[in-house]
Design a protein around this ligand. Structure first.
Ligand code: C2E
Ligand code: CA
Ligand code: CA
Ligand code: CA
Length: 275
């Protein structure tokens, strides 16, 4: 009815008023936080199925809030992406991550580093400039760094994207498709772009064994293009066994290790390499 409609309208506008104010506050705090570099990276190990050893780690950003403590990306990445703050945050993550990779390299910790690159960050010229600048340093381990992008980054001018990806790849960095299988782009990009790795989205892993046919398909596709296939969000022994039986290359997930602080990573790697 009309009355109900009006009530609903006022109800929603009140709600949105409160929500909008809360969001404005978060936005303001975030802007401040990016300026003050209140962010830190945690690292989640990735294990090779063939050798059982840790081969790399994914950097996952956390907001170190002065009052609230560590805040997870689900609370701020989307807002940063919408407001454009992600450009500065992404740059900060890139710098923190690369600094960490240099430290690992210098201390003889022989693992690769994966960094998440947001769509807006990928579009921005600054990314390529930074990657070029880093790679020019003689001691910089660019061939140990992988950039994770999602399929929606690949929607748009394919010629332009192909050129950018091949430039990045020629510099020595590797490219991974994150959350593979969940995007809306058509698959034609698979053979057009230089892709080194496909990360099967964790929703497929959590639905095993029902999702087995899809995962098998991704494994076949990945082998055809010579990409490394990583299963994300591995939470159980059964999932791990299924992935081993189907020759998945690498695994990542709570069953092996949660993301940990940089200072705890060497001990975690030692533990995983022994087991
Ligand atoms: P993602 O890139 O798909 O990262 C995997 C997420 O799954 C991480 O959540 C990780 O902690 C979590 N995870 C790992 N193993 C398991 C598991 O076994 N089960 C389950 N249920 N979850 C698992 P996190 O750290 O909260 O990050 C969430 C998302 O935020 C990331 O998803 C990524 O899209 C985004 N993100 C994180 N760090 C960055 C960053 O530095 N830059 C950008 N642009 N995005 C980031
Ligand atoms: Ca990722
Ligand atoms: Ca993912
Ligand atoms: Ca993701």
């Amino acid at each position: 009815s009309k009355q109900a409609g009006r009530n609903r309208a006022t109800f929603f506008s009140d709600e949105m008023g409160v929500e909008a104010k809360a969001r404005d506050l978060v936005e303001l705090q975030l802007k401040h936080a990016v300026e003050n570099k209140e962010f830190t990276l945690h690292f989640q190990p990735r294990v090779s199925m063939r050798t059982g050893k840790v081969v790399s780690a994914e950097a996952l950003v956390r907001w170190n809030h002065p009052q609230r403590g560590l805040i997870m990306p689900s609370e701020f990445i989307a807002i940063c992406e919408e407001t454009g703050l992600i450009e500065d945050l992404g740059q900060l993550v890139l710098e923190l991550g690369c600094r960490q990779a240099i430290t690992w390299h210098q201390t003889g910790l022989d693992i690769d580093l994966s960094l998440n690159i947001s769509p807006r960050q990928f579009e921005n010229q600054r990314l390529l400039q930074s990657l070029e600048r880093f790679a020019r340093h003689p001691d910089f381990p660019e061939n140990k760094i992988e950039l994770e992008i999602t399929e929606n980054v690949l929607i748009g001018d394919h010629d332009l994207i192909a050129e950018k990806l091949s430039t990045i790849s020629k510099l020595g960095y590797r490219i991974a498709i994150d959350d593979f299988g969940t995007g809306y782009s058509n698959l034609s990009y698979i053979s057009r772009f230089p892709l080194h790795c496909l990360k099967i989205d964790q929703s497929f892993i959590s639905q095993l064994p029902k999702s087995g046919p899809i995962i098998s398909l991704i494994l076949t596709l990945g082998r055809q293009i010579g990409a490394t296939i990583v299963a994300e969000g591995v939470e159980s022994c059964e999932q791990l066994a299924w992935l081993r039986d189907h020759d998945c290359d690498e695994v990542q997930g709570y069953f092996l290790s949660p993301p940990v602080q940089a200072k705890n990573l060497p001990a975690m790697i030692q533990l995983l390499n022994l087991s």
